[in-house]
Design a protein around this ligand. Structure first.
Ligand SMILES: Nc1ncnc2c1ncn2[C@@H]1O[C@H](COP(=O)(O)OP(=O)(O)OP(=O)(O)O)[C@@H](O)[C@H]1O
Ligand SMILES: CC(C)(CO)[C@@H](O)C(=O)NCCC(=O)O
Ligand SMILES: [K+]
Length: 244
């Protein structure tokens, strides 16, 4: 049994795996980390390994309290990954993006893959059919867009996410919802169109906190898997065991 932990920019997500099956999912805040992990391990005492991908400010030390109970694997740039990293600055590539790229490479062999993670940031990661990781894009996520409009202007309120009625927003609130939500959807559809125009034999994986909402609104129909990062963590760990 494996406990996978994804320390994102905003929150932490975790899942217990038996082989490739998810037994249970968890979401919690960073200040609850130790308590929650303790609780999970009490419920699943057969967990033998804890695998962490962190892009947040949570370091390996935070997990050392559990060292006596199970093996801790804190993924770094030095681990083995199933793709060739062609990023010009491989050491600054986010570990979450490396794990997503691993999962895509292992789950969908011999094809062009685009992973879109709609979380705090939207990240686009492209791995070609020869398993070269080429890079992609980073842009502000849905919640971040609402917050940025409020934080960097004098007059714009902080609104909670709402599906806009029209693209012509007829009030301040509707204009913000249209700009944020429609802009978010148009951006992603635009990127997908661009990749589709340039590559064939092509799969798109959509994940992250906003994936389910997004999947329903994209002009391009693609399948959303909110658990893709945690599944990829589990697979990256298996790959590491087999190839180290
Ligand atoms: N309870 C919640 N807290 C924060 N964001 C949420 C919540 N529920 C849904 N969301 C949506 O999820 C998005 C954040 O995604 P996610 O939870 O994947 O981010 P994260 O934990 O920071 O992870 P990452 O850094 O990997 O993106 C926000 O844009 C927001 O619209
Ligand atoms: C882009 C984020 C913030 C998305 O979580 C993360 O992957 C990260 O901190 N990346 C480092 C920069 C890069 O990937 O090039
Ligand atoms: K993300």
């Amino acid at each position: 049994m494996i406990l996978t932990v994804d320390v994102g920019n905003t929150r932490i997500k975790a899942a217990v795996f038996e082989g490739s099956t998810v037994l249970e999912n968890f979401v919690f805040e960073k200040n609850e980390l130790e308590k929650k992990i303790e609780k999970i391990l009490k419920k699943f005492p057969n967990c033998s390994d804890l695998v962490v991908a962190s892009v947040g400010n949570v370091e390996k030390q935070s997990f050392l309290a559990f060292e006596n109970e199970l093996n801790i694997h804190f993924l770094t740039h030095e681990d083995v990954y199933p793709f060739v990293n062609k990023y010009a600055t491989p050491k600054t590539l986010g570990i979450d993006r490396m794990v997503l790229a691993s999962g895509a490479t292992l789950q969908f062999p011999k094809q062009n893959r685009l992973v879109i993670d709609a979380g705090t940031c939207i990240t686009y990661d492209f791995i070609d059919e020869n398993d070269n990781y080429l890079g992609g894009a980073i842009s502000p996520g849905l919640r971040l867009r609402y917050e940025a409009l409020h934080n960097y202007t004098a007059k714009l309120p902080l609104l909670a996410f709402e599906v806009p009625e029209l693209y012509i927003g007829n009030s301040t609130a509707q204009a913000i919802h249209s700009g944020v939500v429609n802009g978010f959807v148009y951006e992603i559809d635009g990127f997908i169109d661009e990749y589709r125009a340039n590559f064939s034999n092509f799969i798109i994986i959509l994940t992250g906190g906003d994936a389910v909402f997004l999947a329903k609104r994209l002009k391009n129909t693609i399948f959303a898997n909110s658990n893709f990062l945690l599944e990829s963590l589990n697979q990256t760990f298996q790959y590491k065991i087999d190839n180290d």
